[in-house]
Write a protein that binds this ligand. Structure first.
Ligand code: AMP
Ligand code: ZN
Length: 490
């Protein structure tokens, strides 16, 4: 009988690697999602590839997961501050479009990248703007329970009322005060206090605004994630993920307000996991810095999205990675080598869980040994570089039976998510750039997509399938998202 390795994860809360033990039948997982005011850049997508790896690890173990990824379409002020304009409103003014247009457009762009990177769809993608009533109720309870104070600029959470404030950030009180926002807020008692409700300036009417007991305005950014996660996963849930920047402020504040809200003395969420940053030439890659490359920049330059995924998985999620032309070239070359070796072995068996992989390798000791290496690697805080190494070994190991080899490759890919079961070398060669399409070609594709949506609404499935086949012939990949279909060129 093969032994199963216990999944161990590095918990930012306490900064140590711990056994992961689900609290119930289904593991609740919340990942901080995008603020939809611009295209996601490659660094942002690292956060979702990481969360996807975590999901695949849980699936591998046979653990059911409910995954929620929020869409921040209101409330996130520029520079993560408590005052000033919303990122979305600034983008709307810059692009001369409505805030709703901006949100819809960049939400779609996010879904396109998720699909291109083979990221398993979340169960829910709640939009902050749809939960404002619940946010007001949440803040009103904190207000009633004495955790807040009101200023003309809004309702603030009083961090002095929380003796454990900032435990996640592991900083001294002085350190936190230093690290807190540099912005000056008139009347704020401590620099760490943060806005639950951002009241609108009397002279400056917001575009997206709601009435509240603290005046017209918008919710604070931190409040959104507490409210949406509890609404969809229950008051306590298992895991919360995000980029490492959130460990010092956003998640600290989420914890403070949520534990004050619940008041039951229990940790709100037990496991906090953070991915390290993707750097660009030793600089932090940030949307606000401008010039951060997007996935589309890579594909238009001829790289396959899976080359980017492979590049990410070649590093551990808690290590900083430097994005360089040489690194993405190397990843594309490795991907090509892998696919060239694996395509003749297709079809691969549908192996997604450890149990299925063990069954598929029975009677092949060499395959079982490799499988054990893979299981050990994923259990050791998601060590994807070791799984990649095991995958390479599976292509070289002479003692493997052909079926055992297929099963090991499929098992590695169930965790890596590179789509090795279907990729062919030709997929790397014929990537047409979206930019190469004429306006007419683009319009024709969009018309077909709209016709298919109509056919689906009319429940004319035959016609919908026929249009999909037509799009397929044109080299268009179509993904149905909660926001409607999105397409890209293969
Ligand atoms: P945002 O859309 O800016 O709210 O960020 C979405 C997610 O991307 C968050 O989890 C961030 O922590 C994460 N993130 C932002 N920049 C990077 C980066 N350069 N590398 C890795 N993760 C990042
Ligand atoms: Zn969040």
């Amino acid at each position: 009988m093969p032994t199963n390795h216990q999944l161990r994860l590095y918990n930012s809360l306490g900064r140590r690697t711990e056994d992961f033990v689900p609290a119930g039948q289904t593991t609740g997982l919340y990942s901080c999602g995008p603020t939809v005011y611009s295209f996601p850049h490659l660094g942002n997508m690292r956060a979702y590839v990481f969360a996807d790896t975590l999901r695949r690890a849980l699936r591998w173990q046979g653990t059911a997961v409910r995954h929620v990824v929020n869409i921040t379409d209101v409330g996130h002020a520029v520079a993560d501050s408590d005052t000033g304009e919303d990122k979305l409103e600034v983008a709307a003014a810059r692009e001369r479009r409505s805030v709703l247009d901006i949100a819809a457009f960049y939400t779609d762009a996010f879904f396109v990248d998720l699909a291109a990177l083979n990221i398993l769809p979340a169960d829910e993608y709640p939009r902050a703007s749809a939960y404002v009533e619940q946010m007001i109720e949440f803040a009103a309870k904190l207000d009633k329970d004495g955790f807040t104070y009101q200023l003309p600029s809004g309702l603030y959470f009083d961090t002095s009322k929380d003796p454990g404030y900032g435990e996640l950030a592991q900083m001294s009180a002085e350190g936190q005060l230093e690290a807190a926002r540099l912005e000056y807020v008139e009347g704020r008692r401590r620099k760490t206090d943060f806005a639950l409700w951002r009241a609108e300036d009397p002279g400056q009417r917001r575009v997206l605004r709601w009435d509240s007991p603290w005046g017209w305005g918008a919710p604070g950014w931190h409040l959104e994630c507490s409210v949406m996660s509890m609404a969809l996963l229950g008051e306590h849930f298992d895991m919360h993920t995000g980029g490492v920047d959130h460990r010092e402020l956003h998640h600290v504040n989420e914890i403070a307000q949520s534990q004050a809200f619940l008041g039951d003395g229990r940790p709100w969420v037990r496991y906090w996991l953070h991915n390290e940053f993707l750097q660009l030439g030793a600089q932090k890659m940030a949307k606000s810095a401008g010039g951060a490359p997007r996935l589309a920049d890579l594909t238009e330059a001829g790289y396959h999205p899976m080359a980017y995924r492979l590049f990410l998985l070649g590093g551990h999620y808690r290590s900083q990675l430097d994005f360089t032309p040489a690194a993405i070239d190397a990843a594309q070359a490795t991907l090509r080598r892998l696919i060239t070796r694996i395509q003749p072995l297709q079809p691969l068996p549908p192996v997604e869980t450890r149990a299925a992989a063990q069954a598929a390798t029975e009677g092949d000791p060499a395959a079982q040994r490799l499988l054990d290496t893979i299981d050990e690697a994923i259990a050791a805080d998601l060590s994807t570089p070791k799984i990649l190494a095991a995958l390479q070994d599976a292509l070289r190991e002479p003692a493997l039976t052909p079926d055992g080899q297929r099963a090991v490759i499929a098992a590695a890919d169930a965790l890596l998510g590179l789509g090795l079961a279907t990729l062919a070398p030709a997929d790397l060669e014929h990537r047409r750039a979206l930019a190469d399409l004429s306006g007419e070609e683009k319009r024709a594709i969009e018309e077909l997509v709209a016709d298919r949506t109509q056919a689906r609404q009319d429940k004319d499935w035959a016609r919908a399938d026929q249009i999909r086949a037509q799009l397929d012939e044109l080299g268009v990949d179509l993904t149905d998202t909660p926001d409607g279909p999105v397409w890209q060129l293969r």
